[in-house]
Ligand binder design. Structure first.
Ligand SMILES: N=CN[C@@H](CCC(=O)O)C(=O)O
Ligand SMILES: [Zn+2]
Length: 432
């Protein structure tokens, strides 16, 4: 075996593994007691995988005589797994700052949507935008996420609502995968809204008969690699029956079910997701007790989005009830033109303050459980041997500062590392 490794991080004040026994997700007490090594070190191999993590002196003797392409002295700093953002809509043209003003003045999300604005506004601009324009703004947004510590992100289509634009958005995501180090889980979300001029039945038919077959073709040819299928299951958008038909068709194509449910009205989306074997349901502000029980039983994760409730002044998702029932709770930024937030540290802070999660629960939700929601917790979401070497160095003596210092991530995150490569180094030199 070669004695050369890609990265040696030594003498960190804390190394937060999150979990250390190959858990695929954490629930209940498991989210409260995270695995943390005080005075730890970690080694990543040339294949980008974690080779060892443990007490600093143990690792030092284990790797005596080995050579490393890069060594970081992490004295006084903390190491945590790269953050995983379980829900974003980052491919679009046409921001909605004007609409933010309307909502601040009292307009609701659905009033704006039903007036033909909201998602429809973004759809018009996204249809007109070229692939290059979309790729350029997407890359800026992904770089911003990366600087905020996100190393794997779920990214949706859904501002086309017809075959060509949906495929254009997914193609743009494919190009971003080739040119940026951040990990991307792609989601087809052609059922994000009912396009103007169509009924729900017509839109569903178009998805089932035109868009999904078109997508399948591109996947078979290797042009697109799509992981998940999504529907906005909501009163006035896609009802339960149309949602079921679309999700089932996606599942039949091999896509993981990961959809928007029970956001503004109780729709029994949670029960539907549990019945269909969904991997994840997002939002859930209006989930019922029956829905929570069904998700706990089916191991369908709840991707909670604190920015949505905050910006739209909605009731908070019932995180505590879900946690107590044993639901696998994950977090996402919901980055989109309505909720312009790229920062998982801020999302974790909001989850703690507004949804009453503890800091340990929030970190588990933004790492191992978010990885589970994307079907990637075998390779991502904790610092364990043979998992991908995705991690952050936090310039503080306890990792919790990343949540505590609201907005402080811009200074606290010293390095972002993916597969053992430094992909961002924070240079705080100001020259005065
Ligand atoms: N609720 C539906 N979809 C997005 C909002 C998308 C938009 O308004 O452009 C969400 O998750 O918050
Ligand atoms: Zn969304």
């Amino acid at each position: 075996m070669s004695n050369t490794f890609r990265l040696y991080i030594k003498n960190a004040k804390q190394v937060v593994l999150v979990c250390n026994s190959g858990e695929r997700y954490l629930t209940k007490d498991g989210m409260q007691k995270l695995s943390v090594i005080e005075n730890g070190s970690l080694v990543v191999g040339k294949d980008g995988l974690v080779k060892a993590v443990g007490q600093a002196d143990t690792i030092a003797s284990q790797f005596e005589g080995a050579s490393f392409e890069n060594v970081i002295d992490a004295s006084g700093m903390c190491v945590i797994p790269g953050l995983i953002d379980g829900h974003t809509h980052p491919v679009w043209a046409g921001d909605r700052v004007h609409e933010f003003a309307l909502k601040l003045a009292g307009a609701t999300y659905m009033e704006v949507h039903q007036a033909g604005e909201g998602i429809h506004f973004t759809v018009e601009h996204t249809r007109q935008a070229s692939e290059d324009e979309l790729l350029s703004s997407l890359k800026q947004r992904l770089r911003r996420m990366l600087r905020a510590g996100t190393t794997l992100v779920e990214c949706k289509s859904g501002y086309g609502l017809e075959l060509d634009t949906e495929m254009k958005m997914l193609a743009v995501l494919e190009k971003a995968k080739q040119s940026l180090p951040i990990g991307i889980s792609s989601t087809y979300c052609g059922a994000h809204a009912v396009p103007k001029g169509k009924t729900v039945a017509e839109a569903t038919e178009d998805i089932l008969k035109v868009q999904l077959p078109g997508l399948r073709e591109k996947m078979v040819q290797g042009e697109l690699k799509v992981d998940n299928i999504d529907v906005f299951c909501e009163k006035g958008v896609f009802d339960l029956d149309s949602t079921r038909a679309i999700l089932q068709a996606g599942k039949d194509m091999g896509l993981q079910i990961n959809f928007h449910g029970d956001e503004l009205h109780p729709m029994n989306s949670a029960q539907l997701g549990a019945e269909l074997g969904a991997l994840a349901i997002s939002h859930l502000e209006e989930v019922t007790n029956e829905g929570i029980a069904a998700m706990a039983k089916s191991k369908t994760s709840a991707v909670l989005l604190p920015t949505t409730a905050y910006i739209l002044r909605l009731p908070q998702p019932r995180a505590r009830d879900m946690l107590e029932a044993g639901v696998i709770v994950a977090l996402g930024s919901d980055f989109n033109p309505n909720a312009y937030c790229c920062s998982m540290p801020m999302v974790m802070h909001l989850a703690c303050v507004n949804m009453r999660m503890s800091m340990n629960e929030a970190l588990a939700a933004a790492t191992i459980n978010a990885a589970y929601s994307l079907g990637k917790s075998h390779s991502h979401g904790s610092l364990e041997v043979n998992k991908q070497g995705d991690l952050l160095l936090i310039n503080s003596s306890r990792w919790e500062h990343l949540i505590y210092q609201f907005g402080g991530h811009q200074e606290l995150i010293k390095y972002v590392i993916i597969k053992g490569n430094i992909v961002y180094e924070n240079d705080k030199t100001m020259g005065y």
